[in-house]
Design a binder for this molecule. Structure first.
Ligand SMILES: Nc1nc2c(ncn2[C@@H]2O[C@H](COP(=O)(O)OP(=O)(O)OP(=O)(O)O)[C@@H](O)[C@H]2O)c(=O)[nH]1
Ligand SMILES: [Mg+2]
Length: 461
């Protein structure tokens, strides 16, 4: 596909800054810059070498007004971000210079780029596939180093390669089936069925492995919503402060210190965590606290992870027990806190009530114990496996949905083969799987989906 109008946008974030960049892409880029740029030697930009940063001024040719002092370069397609001719103008930062230059560029014939349109062109012109284009946005919005690494890997094509390998196998299967259908008059031969079954099972396995990474992937992208709960005075706010490494929440020995929700973001071993400290849960007559307690309960349902703090230096109370029951079916960590004090709580009873949830013993007045909590969070995210080090993770919901569809289709295919159904039945399932996966890379994809994906991009990217 070839798009031939010329687009322009401000590529840098708005606000005061050292420099700002206006980017132009398309056939007219060089013609436009030649109209508005003069080097100190009074030459046009195209009189200089390609890719050479050239110093000069942007001048409005209609009024001779100097707009700004700039550095700019041009580079000709196809070896560019969009595969089209590209010009970048580095001007002074701040809102005025970039805006004035952009307006001038638009007046000289460029059209304002839509969000993500530069990257969309890179995709439409075949430089990157859809999964790689989506990775560009993930890179920009990554919240931690780890999230960034995963996105960079995806941009370099790690996910695409895996998906293409699976698709190539599916295509071989389809070809094999076509030949068998065309030439075989007799019963379907066993060799073909064996081959199809073996391949399908292998593909199912590979899709499953990709899907297994999706939970961790989603968390890296969106953050782990973690709620700290427990009755008053057990050390919830102390935990929040420890994880943040600052005294964010007020900590006192008066039960009911935290009366509202406190929410902060923190990077725990590369995992972006949205951490929420809540009002201690107890029966109370205090109106403000009552609302706080109700809100804490609400968070139970939307959290990715609940950390229940129990003070083991006091006996278990009804409140502890009620909370343990409330979180029964949730993903939760149990923190037995205040281990520096003599223990009064009944541990066996706690174990019985929380079932197979992970129990940690901590003293939050000792800094070392924070490590235990951080490690437990990390293990929960990666489900105890060493996947933390691997960077091929499925982070995108769209990819996850398509992988799930592909899994269903290949499973149907496997059933059909096992039941020795006619080969054209099997072929339908294999083709569907092949198409589902093709939507990830954009090899098979409807235009409205593409538009939808790029709409969420930043301007100028
Ligand atoms: N000895 C000891 N004291 C602790 C420990 N953790 C917290 N504390 C103390 O326990 C008291 C209550 O701590 P907070 O963190 O305010 O407890 P909270 O659960 O947020 O309490 P509310 O906001 O009232 O629900 C404070 O005096 C803390 O210093 C611990 O491990 N050992
Ligand atoms: Mg508190």
């Amino acid at each position: 596909m070839y798009v031939n109008d010329t687009i322009a946008a401000i590529a840098t974030a708005s606000g005061e800054a050292g420099i700002g960049i206006v980017r132009i892409s398309g056939d007219e880029s060089i013609k436009i810059i030649d109209e508005i740029f003069r080097s100190v030697k009074d030459k046009k930009l195209s009189e200089y070498k390609e890719r050479r940063m050239t110093y000069g001024h942007i001048i409005d040719p209609d009024t001779e007004e100097k707009i700004d002092e700039v550095l700019c370069y041009y580079t000709k397609g196809p070896y560019t971000y969009t595969r089209e001719d590209i010009v970048e103008i580095n001007c002074h930062g701040g809102t005025i210079p970039v805006k004035k230059i952009l307006q001038l560029v638009l007046r000289k014939g460029a059209r304002l780029a839509e969000p993500g349109e530069f990257t969309k062109r890179a995709f439409l012109n075949g430089r990157i596939d859809l999964a790689q284009a989506e990775a560009v946005m993930d890179l920009i919005s990554a919240k931690t180093d780890k999230g960034f690494d995963v996105a960079l890997d995806q941009l370099e094509g790690s996910l695409s390669k895996k998906v293409r390998d699976i698709r190539a196998k599916l295509l071989d299967m389809i070809a094999h089936i076509e030949v068998s259908i065309d030439y075989s008059e007799e019963d379907i031969d066993e060799v073909t069925l064996d081959y199809l079954l073996k391949e399908s099972l292998e593909i199912k396995n590979q899709i499953n492995n990709l899907l297994k990474t999706a939970d961790a992937g989603k968390i890296l992208r969106e953050g782990l919503k973690t709620v700290i709960v427990g009755k008053p005075n057990v050390g919830k706010s102390s935990l929040l402060n420890a994880l943040l490494k600052e005294s964010r929440a007020i900590v006192t020995n008066i039960p009911g210190t935290t009366r509202d929700i406190i929410e902060e973001h923190v990077n725990i071993r590369g995992i972006p965590v949205r951490i929420i400290d809540t009002a201690g849960i107890r029966e109370t007559d205090d109106v403000v606290e009552k609302i706080g307690v109700e809100r804490s309960k609400m968070f139970f349902n939307t959290a990715d992870l609940i950390i229940l703090v129990i003070d083991i230096s006091t006996e278990l109370t009804e409140e502890d027990i009620t909370i343990m029951e409330l979180i029964k079916d949730k993903k939760a960590l149990i923190l037995l806190n205040k281990t520096d004090l003599p223990q009064k709580a009944d541990l066996d009873k706690i174990k019985e009530l929380v079932g197979d949830k992970k129990i940690l013993k901590t003293s939050l007045i000792l800094e070392d114990d924070l490590e235990i909590v951080e490690t437990a969070i990390e293990e929960l995210v990666y489900e105890g496996e060493t996947r933390a080090k691997e960077s091929l993770l499925v982070t995108n919901i769209r990819h996850k949905d398509l992988l799930e569809k592909a899994l269903n289709n290949i499973e149907d295919g496997i059933k059909a083969i096992e039941q020795k159904m006619p080969l054209d039945f099997v072929e339908v399932d294999i083709k569907n799987t092949w198409e589902n996966l093709g939507e990830i890379t954009g090899d098979v994809v409807a235009e409205d989906i593409i538009d939808h994906i790029f709409k969420n991009f930043c301007l100028g990217k």
